[in-house]
Design a protein around this ligand. Structure first.
Ligand SMILES: NC(=O)c1ccc[n+]([C@@H]2O[C@H](COP(=O)([O-])OP(=O)(O)OC[C@H]3O[C@@H](n4cnc5c(N)ncnc54)[C@H](O)[C@@H]3O)[C@@H](O)[C@H]2O)c1
Length: 268
């Protein structure tokens, strides 16, 4: 028999986020918006933090239930801790936090030989450090209430190397720093899961494979699809439900994981 602390909802209700207060950074992005919609559909009250807040307000203008949108620059390191504390107080406790903001430098996407040291440093700072610091600040607050779930959006390229054949005939690539950043995010996810586990806070990463987006050359889309078990790239909407799972009671014994949502890319 389970102890009272380990008794959870079972069946479909375990996947519900009804009554939960969720915050999604970068919630106006391709993946972030899909996560926001999936969480709202599952009953969560969602707040989006995004630098492009006007665009994001327009994106969610007619949402039912309404989505709250606030301006935030996750790279403004001096204010992040106070910002998290303020949001936690305003909401009466953050239940779910998703890091999906994707800040990057203007030269992001260059090949290793064309990437100056300063660019590498800056991207590690604004991409990895912002995500890690925010997760830590949020976990501290959640720990005081002995409850909460944090999900970091990482990537399969934090786990396996890119297969550069999929970029042949295009000017696309995966920057070297991306693998270092995403590998770092996944490792730090595990650190936080261990550090805050006994305080009732779960911390997980999700590792999407390539998501179909605009401006992707057909040759890349074809080659990418062939490299996966399912034979295609992901639709952004397919990333939301696995995040809902990690956020919900259905994942009450899941922490420190890096969940692949990749059409089987990493299985092959
Ligand atoms: N798109 C993919 O194929 C893919 C695959 C695997 C992993 N990912 C990861 O998913 C995450 C989201 O990627 P995406 O494709 O949705 O990117 P995106 O560019 O579509 O969206 C990123 C969002 O972050 C916001 N943002 C940028 N800088 C910010 C800042 N300083 N402060 C606050 N918000 C800021 C943008 O306004 C935007 O709404 C990233 O971590 C990315 O590495 C993406």
């Amino acid at each position: 028999m389970s102890s009272p602390e380990t008794q959870i909802r079972t069946g479909n209700s375990a996947f519900s986020l009804k009554g939960r207060k969720a915050v999604v950074t970068g919630g106006g992005g391709l993946i972030g918006a899909a996560i926001v919609r999936a969480m709202a559909d599952s009953g969560a009250s969602v707040t989006v933090l995004d630098k492009a807040d006007d665009d994001v307000r327009a994106l969610f203008k007619n949402s039912d239930p309404p989505i709250n949108v606030a301006n935030c620059d996750v790279t403004d390191f001096d204010v992040l801790a106070d910002m998290v504390n303020g949001i936690d107080e305003d909401l009466g406790g953050i239940d779910i936090w998703v890091n999906s903001a994707y800040p990057r430098t203007e030269d992001w996407g260059a090949k290793p030989a064309d990437t100056p040291m300063e660019s590498w440093r800056r991207n590690v700072d604004i991409q990895m450090n912002s995500s890690c610091l925010l997760a830590d600040y949020v976990a501290r607050r959640m720990a005081t209430r002995k409850s909460g779930s944090i999900i970091n959006v990482a990537s399969i390229f934090g786990v396996v190397a890119p297969d550069f054949q999929v970029y042949e005939g295009t000017d696309m690539t995966t920057p070297a720093a991306y693998t270092a950043i995403k590998g770092g995010v996944i490792a730090h996810t595990r650190f936080l899961a261990s550090y805050y586990g006994r305080s009732g806070v779960r911390v997980n990463a999700i590792c999407p494979g390539g998501v179909r987006g605009s401006n992707q050359p057909d040759s890349f889309v074809d080659a990418y699809g062939k490299r996966t078990a399912l034979g295609r790239m992901a639709n952004a909407d397919e990333i939301g439900p696995p995040v809902v799972f990690l956020a919900s009671d259905a994942a009450s014994y899941v922490t420190g994981s890096a969940l692949m949502v990749d059409g089987g890319w990493t299985a092959i």
